[in-house]
Design a protein around this ligand. Structure first.
Ligand code: NAD
Ligand code: MG
Length: 378
């Protein structure tokens, strides 16, 4: 069970919900980090009194340092600061809730210190999954999933892991706000339409990924790395109600699933308290009033991002980094109002067609593939 946590991305949706869980479970905050939100990070620093507060943005960090001059909180900036937060000796656990592959190097740094990694930052595994899992094995670092589907799989695998009895993993998918729409209808959707998710309230980037179903594709690759499964043993079922959070099918055809309300605080908490369970702030599931549960196939022709991600999953090597880098760049352009929704898939496809894939890449080669993919998507 975690006691003292470095929380990377503490001002975001996952970061704030993690602080809720930590409050409820009496866990200590060792470090907090954010991109540039000075006000939010100052407030958290005053409330939790961490050893270290880090802002990626240098100017914002200078500002924070002045503001926190009356406290004992150390303030750092940039990637060096993020790496220091990840490797902080007084923390037993690092919860990575930054958005994007910027989380890869801090995660590796935490692994090398043998910390428990509570991983929300899925882009890290999509880009550098092989490296991350290998290093975690070599340094004896536990990687515990925060993503709700992967937590559901983890919970459904308890007692049965690594016995070769799993037939396949089945990820549930809410379908997002554009479920049932045709390509023609998707021509005209706006940023606001994409930012409206029916079941989950999340950061902007993952909300757009949930609308394009790229999120589910990233999650397939995340699951392959976490549970050492080939692409053909990971399936997706559209389940609009978000009550079953994923399932494991075993060789005897038994399926084991985890159910719960759509509340990220449950998977966050399980990553921190595993192998124990304790009472926490997540909402109860009212089975008697949740209505019927439905299941369907995803529409790969309309949601091309998912199709592209499944191609990258089968290809392996740097294909994940290329897919992810192009998608991060394209989603940023979409959020800035510079491209239309369907152009996200166009850009990802172009990057996948033009950037060569390398198998068994080094960290440098992963970072280079990411940079080349972003360039191709521009
Ligand atoms: P968010 O946008 O709400 O928060 C992101 C956090 O990272 C903020 O604290 C922000 O300041 C920080 N950050 C942003 N850009 C940064 C950069 N370049 N360098 C350093 N820090 C930066 O995002 P979120 O919804 O909390 O998601 C965080 C991660 O968790 C993502 O990888 C996402 O895919 C994953 N995740 C989120 C949810 C969810 O329900 N929100 C569910 C599953 C997985
Ligand atoms: Mg998820």
């Amino acid at each position: 069970m975690s006691k003292r946590i470095s929380l990377l991305g503490s001002t975001g949706s996952i970061g704030r919900q993690t602080l809720d869980v930590m409050d409820a479970c009496g866990m200590e905050v060792a470090a907090i980090t954010a991109n540039s939100s000075v006000d939010a990070l100052e407030e958290q620093a005053r409330r939790y009194g961490p050893e270290l507060a880090v802002l990626m943005d240098e100017k914002a960090a200078d500002d924070l340092k002045v503001r926190l001059a009356d406290t004992s909180v150390k303030v750092l900036a940039g990637m060096d600061g993020l790496l220091e937060a990840a490797a902080l000796p007084s923390a037993d656990t690092v919860l990575t809730a930054v958005v994007g592959m910027v989380g890869l190097r801090p995660t590796m740094a935490a692994i090398r210190e043998g910390k428990r990694i509570a991983l929300a930052n899925k882009e890290t595994l999509v880009c550098g999954g092989e490296l991350v899992m290998e290093e975690a094995h070599d340094f004896g670092a536990e990687i515990l999933p925060v993503d709700s589907e992967h937590s559901a799989l983890f919970q459904s695998l308890q007692g049965n892991r690594d016995r070769g009895e799993v037939k396949r993993l089945i990820l549930t998918c809410s379908g997002g706000p554009f479920f049932g729409k045709t390509t023609e209808e998707l021509q005209h959707v706006t940023r606001e339409d994409a930012l409206h998710n029916p079941n989950w309230s999340m950061g902007a980037k993952i909300t757009v990924d949930s609308a394009s179903l790229m999120n589910k594709g990233l999650e397939v690759i995340e699951a392959m790395h976490l549970y050492h499964m080939p692409a053909e043993k990971v399936s997706i079922v559209v389940h609009r109600e978000s009550i079953i959070h994923s399932l494991v099918e075993y060789c005897d055809n038994a399926m084991i699933a985890q159910l719960g309300s759509a509340d990220m605080r449950l998977p966050i908490q399980y990553a921190l308290t595993w192998p124990r369970r304790v009472p926490g702030p997540a909402k109860e599931l009212d089975l008697w009033n949740c209505g019927p549960l439905t299941f369907a196939h995803p529409d790969l022709d309309t949601f091309r991002c998912l199709k592209l991600a499944l191609d990258a999953a089968r290809t392996g090597g740097t294909a994940g980094a290329i897919l992810n880098g192009a998608n991060e760049a394209a989603v940023a352009q979409f959020l800035a109002g510079k491209i239309r929704f369907l152009e996200i898939a166009d850009k990802v496809q172009r990057a996948m067609e033009t950037v060569p894939v390398i198998q068994n890449p080094s960290l440098t080669q992963v970072l280079e593939a990411d940079a080349a993919a972003r360039e191709a998507a521009r």
